[in-house]
Ligand binder design. Structure first.
Ligand SMILES: [Zn+2]
Ligand SMILES: [Zn+2]
Ligand SMILES: [Zn+2]
Length: 255
C-alpha cells in the first residue's frame, strides 16, 4: 500500500502570494506546499482524498494517470476546486469516477459546481462523477473504507481510515465515537495549521496532544500555513511525529 502526501498546505498554499516572510521566501523545498490532498494506492486501485486546487500539478508531478475513486473530506474551496481536472482522468480511462462524502459535502458539491451536475452536455466536456453519500464503513472494490467524523469549527466533516492509515485534515476536534475507530494506527496524518489557536483547526500543541491520545506508530502533520518552518517544527516535535512535505511517501503492508 502506497501513500503519497500530494500537498500539505493550508488553503492559501505556501508561499502565499505577496508574502515576504522567512518561510514564504525560504530556500528549503520542504517549505513549498501545495493545497492539501492525499493519494493512496492499494489493491490495484488509486484513491484520491480531495480534489485540491493544485490537483493538475500534483497529478503531473507524481505521474498519476488513473483515479478509481475520490473521497471528499468536506467542501471547502482548497479541498474541491481541482474538481474540473477530474474530467481528464475520465477521458484517459474512459470511466466515470465514483466520489464519496457526507451529506453536506455532496449537497455542496452539487450546488457549488452546478454546471457539472445540471445534465446539460457541453462541447468542452465536463467531469463525469458519480456522487455517493457515506456515513459508515463501506466496501469499495474489496477495500474497506471507514469514514471518521471530526469537527471543523461548527461543521461535522469526514476523515478516512483505510487499513492502519487515517487521514484527518481540517480538524478542530474528534468526538469519542471517532477516537474509538482510530486504535492501532501505523500512520496518522493529522492537520496542524500553525502555532496560534484557530477556531476551525488544531494548532501544533493541540495536534500533538491529540496524537498522544490516539498513539499511532507515526504521525505526520499536514495543512500547514506559512508560520510553520519545516526544519524548526521537525526539531520541536516528539519522536513519533514529523511535519509533512509535498511528495512525502510511505510504503505500508496491505490490510
Ligand atoms: Zn482546508
Ligand atoms: Zn509568508
Ligand atoms: Zn476546511
Amino acid at each position: 500500500m502506497k501513500v503519497i502526501i500530494l500537498g500539505c498546505a493550508t488553503s492559501t498554499g505556501v508561499p502565499i502570494i505577496g508574502c515576504n516572510c522567512p518561510v514564504c521566501t525560504s530556500d528549503n523545498p520542504k517549505n513549498e506546499r501545495t493545497r492539501c490532498s492525499l493519494f493512496i494506492r492499494l489493491g490495484g486501485k488509486n484513491i484520491l482524498i480531495d480534489s485540491s486546487t493544485d490537483l493538475r500539478f500534483q497529478a503531473l508531478e507524481h505521474n498519476i494517470t488513473r483515479l478509481d475513486a475520490v473521497l471528499y473530506t468536506h467542501s471547502h474551496a482548497d479541498h474541491t476546486h481541482g474538481i474540473d481536472d477530474l474530467r481528464t482522468f475520465n477521458f484517459v480511462n474512459n470511466m466515470v469516477i465514483p466520489c464519496y462524502g457526507n451529506l453536506r459535502t455532496i449537497t455542496n458539491l452539487k450546488k457549488n459546481f452546478g454546471y457539472i451536475f445540471d445534465g446539460v452536455s457541453s462541447a468542452g466536456g465536463k467531469p463525469r462523477l458519480e456522487l455517493n453519500v457515506v456515513e459508515r464503513a463501506f466496501d469499495f472494490e474489496g477495500i474497506k473504507i471507514i469514514p471518521i467524523e471530526i469537527h471543523h469549527a461548527r461543521w461535522m466533516i469526514l476523515g478516512y481510515r483505510i487499513g492502519n492509515v487515517a487521514y484527518l485534515t481540517d480538524c478542530s476536534g474528534i468526538p469519542d465515537g471517532s477516537l474509538e475507530k482510530l486504535k492501532g494506527l501505523e500512520l496518522l496524518i493529522l492537520s496542524a495549521l500553525r502555532y496560534r489557536e484557530h477556531p476551525a483547526h488544531f494548532n501544533v500543541d493541540q495536534a500533538v496532544e491529540m496524537t498522544q491520545r490516539i498513539n499511532p506508530k507515526l504521525a505526520v502533520f499536514t495543512h500547514m500555513g506559512h508560520e510553520i518552518d519545516y526544519d524548526t517544527l521537525l526539531s520541536e516535535l516528539p519522536d513519533n511525529i514529523v511535519p509533512a512535505y509535498d511528495g512525502m511517501e510511505f510504503e505500508l503492508d496491505e490490510p
